[in-house]
Ligand binder design. Sequence first.
Ligand SMILES: C[S@@+](CC[C@H](N)C(=O)[O-])C[C@H]1O[C@@H](n2cnc3c(N)ncnc32)[C@H](O)[C@@H]1O
Length: 245
Amino acid sequence: MKDYKEVINNRFDAETENTNSIYSPNHPIGKYIRKNLHKGLNMFLQNYCKTLRGWDLQTVTLLDIGCGSGEMLDFFISKGFSPQNLTGIDLSETRICRAQKQHKSVNFIKDDALTFSLKESKFDMVTAFDLFSHLSKKEQILQGLSNVYIHLEKDGVFLWYDIYSKDHFSPAQNADSWGFNKEQMIHLCKETGFEVIYYNTFFKHFFNRYHSVYQVKRLSPGIVNMLEKILPGIPGNVLLAFKKI
Ligand SMILES: C[S@@+](CC[C@H](N)C(=O)[O-])C[C@H]1O[C@@H](n2cnc3c(N)ncnc32)[C@H](O)[C@@H]1O
């Protein structure tokens, strides 16, 4: 697995706007991924943040680490979060510049998830979407998680979304990133001092082999959604929410 700084230099900093990428919002695969993730996150915001915690989303402060161009922050704004209460951090100069251009009221910072320090600032929520899969060593992951912990209010919520992998520490050779399984994420977060409050999976490797999102190239999203319900398989992506105790 490559070092995250090398991946950022070669992939995220070097990228030019690629509107044809299969993960872009206008590609059927990109659309399918977003629709399902947004649905899952919406359920969490409704059932946990609003109903159980009684949060008024307009006043909730949120830090998105590894925010890229700020796409996930757009989702939170669409759910009622105030742009002024949002902060995004990313180590890619290219992505942070693009995020700043597109979101004038959000606070963006170019920094490393492992070492950034926002002094006394603490947040109600911290999120990391597809970030930790880029960190290859356990010490780096624990350092990143400790930094999440430090920047959360007491009882604050950490949302960790990542691709699924049986074992993060046995990556394919030369892979840019490698995911986690539920037990591994829980173990790492418990070491940091978090308590699990929510778990959800997204997508499926049908028969432990074919990732559902790529079937959207051949089948309609409705059919793939239905197959997700009936076919056996392991998760494609996982979302866990933790509380700082
Ligand atoms: C796969 S992208 C996900 C972007 C965004 N979270 C989303 O879901 O749309 C991973 C992002 O993490 C950033 N990243 C990777 N390692 C990082 C680190 N150590 N500190 C800050 N950002 C990092 C990359 O620059 C990239 O923008």
